[in-house]
Each structure stands twice: as C-alpha cells, then as structure tokens.
Ligand binder design. Sequence first.
Ligand code: PMP
Length: 359
Amino acid sequence: MSDLATRLIRPELADLVPYESARRLGGDGEIWLNANENPYTHEYQLDCSRFNRYPEFQPPELITRYAEYAGVTAEQLLATRGADEGIELLIRTFCAPNQDQIILCPPTYGMYEISAKTNIVGVTKVPLGDDYQVDVDGILKAVETSKSPVKLVFVCSPNNPTGHDMQPERITALLDALRDEALVVVDEAYIEFSAQASVLNLLSQYPNLVVLRTLSKAFALAGIRCGFTLANAPVIQQLAKVIAPYPVPEPVAQVATEALSKDNISKVQQEVATLNTLRAKFADVFTPLTQVYPSSGNYVLCRVPDALKCMTAMAHAGIILRNQSKQITLQNCIRVTIGTEQEMTRTIAALSQYLKESS
Ligand code: PMP
C-alpha cells in the first residue's frame, strides 16, 4: 500500500516533474553555470530592530526606488517573492482551474507551464518561429480557436534559454490584437543584459501589458527572492487581493532597498557590462566550432555533438552546465551561464577540449 501522501495528493499532480532548480540538482561542482546566477556578490548590513513585527505589505521605500528605477508609478508595481511568484500569482488570479488557458512559446522558461499545471490551468503551446521569434499569427489563431478562454500569453524577452530579444513590433502586434481579451505577460528577467529597450514604455498605451522583473539576475540577488510585477493599476489591484499577506520579508526589503541605491545601480551596470564582454568573448571562441545562439542574457546556448556526454565531461572538470535537450528544437543544446573571468577561462578550456575530442 502506498504512503498516505501518495494516496492523498491531487491526482493531476501525482506525476508532476518539479522544476529542476539550481540547488536541487546537488552534486559537487566547483563552477556553477547552470542557473543563470550572477557570479558577483555585494555586502549588505541588516537592521534587526523590526524583526519582531510583521513587515509592510509593500515596503514603501523599496517600491519608491524600484518605481523610479523602472520609470513607473508605485500603483503600477507589486513586489513578490521572485518573479516566479509573479508568474504563479498571475495564473491564480486570472485563470480559473479546469477552465482557462495560458499560451506559452517554447523553447522557453519552464515555470509558466509548471505553475499552470499545478493550478489545473490548460497550456497551449505555440512554438517560437523563424529566428526564435514569437509567432504572432499562430498565437492569435490559437486564441481564436481555443475552446476555453485564453487569459494570459507569456512572452520571454530576452528569452531563456535561447537568448533572443523578442522583436518589439511583434509584442505590440499581440498587445493590439488581444487588447480586450487577454493579458500579454512579457518576462524581462534578463532585460538589463540586453541592448534592446524594455517594453515598459508601452504601459500607458496598453491595459493588457504585464511585465515581470527580478533582482535575481543583474542585481546578483537570487538568494533573497525579490521580483516585481509591473502593470497598470487595475491589474495590480487584482493581484494584490490574491498575494500572501506579507510577501516581502523584512530582511529582503532591507537588502533590496539598498541594492536599488544610486551607487549600487551604477556598480550593477558596470558588472553587467563586464559579463556582456565575457559573453561576447565566449561566443567568439565557439562560433567557429559549433552552433552558438546569439544571446542578450547572461547565458549562451550552444549545440554540441552529444549534450549528455558534454555535461559529463564538463562535470568532470568541475563545471556544471544546463542541458536543454528536452526543449523543442533544442536537442543536444547546453546553456552556459556567464561566470567570472576565471570561471569562463576554465569553461572555455574544458568545452574546447570536449569539442576537440568529440570531433
Ligand atoms: N523568468 C525567467 C525567464 C527566468 O529565467 C527566471 C529564473 N531563472 C525567472 C523568471 C524567475 O526569477 P526569480 O529568481 O525572480 O524567481
């Protein structure tokens, strides 16, 4: 007889494969380039004098600073436990279980699908088309022909794991066509690494635009779990009804607020520039040797002769990468997060060695 939890779990979740998160993987690599983390760390001081109190629902100084950083108003912003909570919250707020649909455009970030599944929300996949761009006609056709309402369309730009920026004209085409019908969620987790402008300047024109942001990537704060959902006030108000009562713990608020100081923002911009230089160098080395996807994130996707063997060879050299082979069209593709200069020197040497031995 199976254990109690196995008997009690909701049947639709029994076979759910959880997200393969960075630390869940275990193992004893020395160089972790599997989760698009930022290799740099910064020092922060904590003031514990308010730790006996519940925190502010939305810490005002944090909201003021992020609103200024992003160029939006405080009413257009909700701080969450990472961008992942924003994804989950959008689905829980707008999609009825067993009824509504989301659209996503694979190959892309895995949590859109997992959050939909855990909330019994249908998923329609409209794969990225030429040049890994969103297939606007395909999405609109899917919305039109769907038997159940499509409430959310997820677009990731720069896209994880391919690295492509989504063409702004395609995003505006979606926003225009779905204006009265569905929210278009543009996930800008990696926007600081991109040369392309954010779509946030479209917020005043589109009631159906939602943007996801995070401090996990450019700000090097994946460990504190702080993200932001940005949209017009009516959307934010609905989300604020559903989110947990204290979404931003006091220590998180303190660190995040300090991270958004003018001085730290300029430090972050310098570090992003350094990482982008290392990304260009990595791409230059491997482009003549194998297929390297152009990237606007802090990672590069490459096709190798055999992804499993490559992962193993790299792990022997102490370097942990991410195998993306299960994603549509990405067979034998590995994703390499950009680390420090020393980490990249070792990674370039080990990957060159693997490619030489497998040719
Ligand atoms: N969106 C994308 C595209 C991501 O790659 C990630 C994390 N890898 C997230 C959202 C979630 O970020 P957070 O750490 O803020 O939850």
